[in-house]
Design a protein around this ligand. Sequence first.
Ligand SMILES: [Zn+2]
Length: 103
Amino acid sequence: MNWDEATAQDFIKKLEEAVKRKRGGGDFPCPLCTNNEWEVPPGFTISTLQSELPNLSLGGPSIPSIPIICKNCGFLAQIALGPLGMFPKGEKAMLGAQSEHAN
Ligand SMILES: [Zn+2]
């Protein structure tokens, strides 16, 4: 899965649909400042899960996501791809896969 404008538009559409399913539509306010304008930077983030500290291990379980940033205060949220049905195929070892949350 590569980042491009179609991925960004698909993400925004699916996030809006998910919010609408639970809230019935309307604004999507920032939890800090209540601003309704968000930025989607051009790329994914991957949060790696660590089973022990303080050592850092790479290549283990992770949560692929897309960040959103409040345009007013900079509040940063990461939206996991799995629940939105955007989980990369063949990446079932990663957490947040749609199949793990589907029902
Ligand atoms: Zn804000």
